[in-house]
Structure formats: C-alpha cells, structure tokens
Design a protein around this ligand. Structure first.
Ligand code: PMP
Ligand code: GLN
Length: 407
C-alpha cells in the first residue's frame, strides 16, 4: 500500500528489491503506515486497532510472578500446560466445545502466528483459500507464502451479509480452506445462525477445513451473540479455531494467541508453529492462564458494556460530521462512507487514501483507508474509511470534536 509516498516511515524506505516476489505485492501493512503518520502529525489514532487504556493491572503482577518463579526458559512448544488447560476450560465454558488441553490446543505468538501456522500447516502449492472481503491483511500474504490461491466473496456495505450463491460459485476442487473471521474486522458483522448453518453445510459438502479467526469472540453487542462455527454439528472435527488475548484483555502487545481443533488438525498447525517460533513468550503465557481463569462471565459482560458506550460515542460523532456509518454488532470497528467530503482536488484513483490523509493533516484524526482489504469490490472499499473505537471515551470525544470542527 502506498499511503504516503513522500514521507514514508523509515522502515518502509529501507525495503529493497531484495524482498521476495511472493511478498512484494503486499508492501507495508497499512496499519503500520497509518500509525506512523498519526504519530508524526500528532493525530488521534482511530486507525490501528489497539486500546489506549490498560488491561487488568493484575496481569502485569502475574507476569512478574511467573518470571520470579522461574518460567523463563522455552515453554512447552504446544503451550505452557496451565495456559492450554485454561484455554480448554474457557472453550468448554463459553462454547460447549470439548478440547483436550494436551493435544487439541497450540499456543502461538498472537493470532497472527496462529493464522500463519494454520495456513502454512495445511496448504500445498496450488490449493485455494476462500474467504470474504474486506479481509484481514495477513490472509492474502500468508496464503501467498504457502503458494496457494486466494479467492474472496465480497460483503457489501452496509449490511455485509454473505451472498451464498457467489460463495458456492467460488468453491473449486482446489479449495481446501474456508477462512472465516467472526466477529468480522472491519465490517463488525456477527454472522447469524442461518449464515453459519449454510457455511457449515458448504464445508461439509466440499470437505473443506474451516479456519476461524475468532479474535473478537467476546466483543458482540445488541444481543448478537458470537457463535463459533466449530460448535455447529459436524464442524468440531473440521475447524481450526483461532483466538488471542490481545482484544479481550486490552494487551495487544503481549501477543499470546492460540489455535484449537481436533488433534489431527492441531498437529498440522503445530507442524508449522515449531519452525515459525517453536514456543511463545513463557511468563506471559502463565499470566494469560491467570487472566482466562479469573476474568470470566461478569467481567466480559462489563467489557462489552463499556465497548457499547464507545461504539455509540463514535457512531454519534461520525453522524454529526456527515459520515454514513454501518452499525457494527461486533468487533471494535466501524465502516463509514466518506462521500460527503470528497472533492475534485482529492486523488480520484484512491479516494479512501486521499481522505484518510486529509483527515490526518487537516483534522488530526487518523482512520484506515480500507481499499487494501478488498480485491473484487475495491471500488466499494475506496468509498469507505474504517474507524476503531477501542479508545477511552475522552479520546473518542476529542476525535469527534476534531472531525466536526475540521470537516
Ligand atoms: N485477526 C484479526 C481479524 C485481527 O483484527 C487481528 C488483530 N487485530 C489479528 C487477527 C491478530 O491478532 P494478534 O494481535 O493476536 O496477533
Ligand atoms: N488487528 C489490528 C487492526 O485491525 C491491527 C494489527 C496490526 O497492526 N497488524 O487494526
């Protein structure tokens, strides 16, 4: 992505023609670019999805305790046993899924590594991955590293419902994986029972492995409860479910994630994980085992209640400034149409990039131009911006004031 060609982040300037051809088309991740520019211009960053508040303070104590207790050498590669146990209990408690902690769980360095390990561990060159667009930016890059084909079905603004006719038409004999992110970044969709049942039917009919990126599993609103695809009849054995603690405990920098599934599928994830990172930061795993054991039902409900307020603050502010936003029922992102602000002086080829740049420069608010999350419906992506609401209410209010004044 070419976000700001004249004042690029230093690390981007250093990327050279020595970069592998498989990766060259992906450039620098838009998240890093927007955050760099927001910092450089002193903008309020509603771009990259990371909280500007701390997670539970007890977690730092638990991490120190684990360090002092000597959990400082390589962890068990599949995951420190207390964390694997805590994950298996959480999955049973929240979703009724039985996963053996010793064979059915693989702890990874964030969901990002779990996605990479799941795709690299199950795909052969020539296979195909089928997913939805807009998509999370690591999906096509990892698919390319695996030598596989990346195919997408658009979800259209503002409802972002799945078009099953399109989806069925895209399943080919090469399709090995259906990759589903739910709740969905960046659209905020929580797929309903009917959609999940149809997805399960397609996976079973075509013998697909479902790779489910459920990192926002606890962030759903308006009664639209997240239901993992793995919990549908016939799906437990063919689904690799991925999650992490970054969003749930507001500690995106700790990068503790995991994949769970049948022992057979998790063995494939592990086949790649052992050569990607081998094992994940050991004391932080112990701290996150404590987190999963301690912060359950009522704590998670409070988290959702707080997020609902933040969501409302962002939706109100965007409406006040003239954006047309889709109301998300999950995740912590809002997609909004920016047509009202586009003028002839802006770059007609990449209006989302032009508007995002203008917002940072003129209003001091950063948002993500989402066109790089699209393939087929890229012209739709260019008419949108993604705003994150994982910020303190004061931050969101200040950002909304800036938008109202600056636009
Ligand atoms: N998948 C999605 C959809 C995400 O939004 C993110 C990060 N925000 C990740 C995966 C990566 O999670 P992690 O930080 O645990 O690697
Ligand atoms: N998942 C975060 C987002 O969607 C960003 C993570 C990253 O920077 N790779 O904003």
């Amino acid at each position: 992505m070419r976000f700001f060609v004249t004042t690029m982040a230093p690390e981007r300037r250093n990327s050279t023609s020595r970069t592998a051809q498989r990766l060259a088309p992906f450039g620098t991740s838009i998240f890093g670019e927007v955050t760099w520019l927001a910092q450089d211009r002193g903008a309020i960053n509603l771009g990259q999805g990371f909280p500007d508040f701390e997670g539970p303070p007890e977690l730092a104590d638990a991490a120190f305790r684990a360090m002092r207790d000597g959990h400082n050498q390589y962890a068990r590669p599949m995951g420190a046993v207390p964390l694997a146990l805590a994950i298996s209990k959480q999955v049973e408690r929240d979703h009724g899924l039985h996963r053996d902690p010793l064979t059915d769980v693989c702890v990874t360095s964030g969901a990002t590594e779990a996605i990479a390990a799941a795709l690299l561990g199950t795909l052969d060159p020539g296979d195909a991955v089928l997913t939805f667009e807009p998509f999370y930016d690591s999906y096509p890059a990892i698919t390319a590293l695996a030598g596989a084909r990346f195919d997408t079905v658009p979800l259209h603004f503002p409802d972002f419902r799945i078009d099953f006719e399109r989806l069925r038409s895209k399943v080919t004999p090469e399709t090995k994986i259906l990759l589903l992110n739910a709740p969905h970044n960046p659209t905020g969709r929580v797929f309903d029972d009917e959609e999940l049942e149809s997805l399960a039917a397609i996976c079973i009919e075509h013998d697909l492995v479902a790779v489910c990126d459920d990192v926002y599993e606890h962030l759903w609103f308006d009664g639209a409860r997240h239901r993992p695809l793995a919990s549908l009849p016939g799906m437990g054995e063919r689904t690799i479910t991925i999650s992490s603690t970054g969003k749930t405990f507001s500690m995106t920098g700790w990068k503790i994630g995991w994949a769970h599934g049948s022992a057979r599928l998790v063995a494939s994830v592990f086949a790649a994980h052992q050569f990607l990172t081998f094992a994940t930061a050991h004391p932080l795993q112990h701290a996150m085992a404590y987190a999963l054991e301690t912060f359950d039902g009522p704590w998670l409900q409070r988290l959702r209640d707080e997020y609902e307020q933040r969501r409302q603050c962002l939706l109100d502010g965007l409406a006040r400034s003239g954006f047309t936003a889709a109301r998300p029922s999950g995740s912590y992102f809002v997609m909004a149409r920016h047509d009202a602000f586009f003028d002839a002086a802006d770059d007609p080829a990449e209006p989302d990039v032009a508007i995002a740049r203008r917002l940072i420069e003129r209003t001091g608010v950063a948002a993500i131009p989402p066109s790089s999350f699209y393939r087929e419906a890229v012209s739709e992506g260019r008419r949108l911006l993604r705003f994150a609401f994982c910020k303190r209410i004061e931050t969101l209010q200040a950002a909304m004031d800036r938008l109202a004044k600056g636009l």
